[in-house]
Design a protein around this ligand. Structure first.
Ligand code: N01
Length: 553
């Protein structure tokens, strides 16, 4: 199928494709490859100047993989790709991950179908033609039968609304919008707001250069040693030796990584046994800490308490000043905010040039042109680093301003919950598919592998439409309700919904407050496979209009 140009009702040319993909990050690139292999004409739009999505934007000092890490944070669709790419470290630096993504784009000649520096600002469904109209800030107008939203679960910056913040005249950076030119901290007084993964990675690096760093902390965090190490040629050879078996393990694992998980309860172990296990995992570091933990840490309050106490004791040991250590002690259930891997974060508080303000005791009152003013007084600064996170999971979808059938706005449907079916589709928004959207395992799963698996499922559904000459597919409202109940039931047996986090939308004022991620990745992929095998219960199909879709704009 080919790209065509048609006049639009308003006169300007409309580029017509089988599919438009929004986003050229890890998910969008795979979506492009997959749909092209199916023989569809595809166009990708992305606001950045090149591929990479999150990995293109997040260039702050210290940015590196803080999940289970390399060499398994990767695509699996091509054996050659695995065989030829050498990862350097277990917790790859941002630039290494971006190199890999660029290599994939080169190897599969993906850029020829991507329009960069093109921000999609409106998507509208036309029921008569069964096509999506896409409008961008550069005046591009496109039309597509299928729309893939690969917009990133963590890409819409959460900017704090603090009185006077716009008056501050020093340099201001959000970690997720870091400049491409080098940023110098030399001799500067830097304030860092935010102690999530980004702030905890960036602060120790900034402190190495800055005159002074003031951390403004709203919630103390549990953080664990990253245990980063170089990957040896033997490590890579081992990973590649039986790649098929490794892939099978990734598919079987709840998080999409080829690791065994401990099945036993913390409560069946003695306090001494628990302490010994935590200490062993702490010394080793890395995301393996969470994978090798007892299976009920995020379920049982008592089990959770045992690990939380262990980490709090570690913080007291590492941080010399008892008052600073006290402020750094978290009081939520451990692991119910995204677990963080750190590289010298707590140690950095032993430096003379780092100080901590606990905003619960000493809140920010306002900014001036040259300082941040908290209740205790004025703190002159030259630079402000906002490590304040994202309007996660749902924010980037809403930013597209989607209008579905009968002009219904997604913003009007998503006021109380992010209504969806299978974490992929939305009632009233036919032929629109989300990758890593709400209701899917998304951020709880190996993102490249998750994108492959979700797109594989979407591709099969599109094939069904094309082969049976069906025009559109969308889920029923009832199936959305049942899916929401399933997501809530899985989360309900855990401690996750009981903590304020970006997982529960608590970090963004006014956002629906609930845990919208589907827990249990392997169960999820079995669930969506069952739906496909059983002829798509929960979906409504609409016949195609008379005109062949490729000729409609
Ligand atoms: O964002 P966050 P992040 N006033 O939301 C605070 C992934 N990631 O960018 O906890 C004061 O976690 C907020 O406080 P609180 C990873 O999945 C991956 O750090 O809401 N403070 C919190 O401390 C991660 O979880 C990698 O009370 C305010 C911080 O800002 C996710 O991205 C690297 C505030 C935000 O923490 C997000 O991490 C980095 C306000 N008004 C991130 N608003 C890699 O793998 C917010 N805060 C490389």
């Amino acid at each position: 199928m080919t790209k065509e140009k048609h006049p639009s009702p308003t006169g300007g040319p409309v580029e017509a494709y089988d599919a438009v993909i929004i986003g050229a990050g890890v998910s969008g690139l795979y979506a492009l490859h997959h749909l092209r292999e199916m023989g569809l004409s595809v166009r990708v739009y992305d606001g950045a100047t090149d591929v990479g999505g999150t990995w293109w934007y997040n260039r702050y000092p210290g940015a590196r993989v803080d999940g289970p890490g390399s060499p398994f944070y990767c695509y699996t669709f091509s054996d050659e790709l695995m065989q030829e790419w050498d990862w350097k470290e277990t917790q790859s630096e941002q630039s290494d991950v971006l190199d890999y993504i660029e290599h994939v784009a080169d190897r599969y000649d993906l850029r020829r179908d991507i329009e960069f520096e093109t921000w999609v600002r409106d998507i509208r469904y036309d029921e008569d033609t069964q096509r999506w109209a896409v409008e961008t800030d550069t005046g591009v107008r496109a039309s597509a039968r299928f729309l893939i939203c690969a917009v990133g679960a963590l890409s819409t910056a959460n900017l704090p609304d603090i009185p006077g913040i716009g008056d501050f005249r020093g340099e201001t950076y959000h970690t997720g919008r870091w400049p491409h030119e080098p940023v110098s901290f030399e001799g500067k007084r830097v304030a860092v707001i935010g102690t999530g993964s980004s702030g905890i990675q960036a602060m120790p690096e900034i402190a190495k250069e800055a005159a002074h760093v003031t951390v403004l902390q709203r919630t103390a965090q549990f953080a664990f040693p990253a245990g980063n190490r170089l990957l040896t040629p033997e490590d890579m050879a081992e990973a590649r030796r039986d790649w098929e078996a490794v892939k099978a393990k990734m598919i079987a694992n709840a998080g999409g990584f080829p690791f065994e998980m401990r099945a036993s309860s913390a409560l069946d172990a003695t306090p001494e046994e628990r302490e010994a296990l935590y200490e062993k995992l702490w010394q080793k570091g890395g995301f393996g800490f969470f994978l090798n933990l007892y299976s009920d840490i995020a379920i049982s309050e008592e089990a959770n308490q045992s690990l939380a106490d262990f980490v709090r004791a570690k913080i007291r040991q590492i941080v010399h000043d008892p008052e600073t250590a006290r402020k750094l002690l978290p009081d939520h259930f451990v692991m119910t905010k995204r677990p963080i891997l750190e590289n010298g974060y707590f140690e950095a508080y032993n430096r003379d040039n780092v100080s901590l303000i606990d905003l619960r005791e000493d809140p920010i009152e306002h900014f001036t042109e040259t300082s941040v003013v908290t209740r205790s007084g004025d703190h002159p600064i030259d630079m402000l680093v906002l490590a304040t996170g994202y309007d996660a999971i749902s924010g980037s979808m809403l930013r597209l301003n989607p209008q579905g059938r009968n002009g219904i706005r997604l913003a009007d449907r998503w006021t109380d919950r992010f209504h969806n079916y299978l974490g992929l589709t939305i009632h009233g928004f036919p032929n629109l598919f989300m990758i890593h959207g709400p209701g899917s395992p998304g951020v709880f799963y190996n993102m490249p592998l998750g994108a492959e698996r979700q797109m594989g499922w979407v591709g099969n559904l599109l094939r069904r439409l094309l082969e049976r000459n069906l025009g559109a597919v969308e889920p029923s409202e009832e199936s959305e309700k049942a899916w929401d109940d399933e997501v809530a039931a899985l989360a309900g047996v855990t401690l996750f919904p009981r903590t304020d986090s970006w997982w529960t939308g608590a970090n963004v004022p006014g956002k629906p407050r609930y845990f919208s991620v589907y827990l249990g990745g392997s169960i999820y992929y079995q669930r969506i496979a069952d739906v496909a095998e059983n002829d798509y219960p929960g979906f409504e199909f609409t016949p195609a209009p008379e005109t062949p879709a490729s000729q409609r704009a």
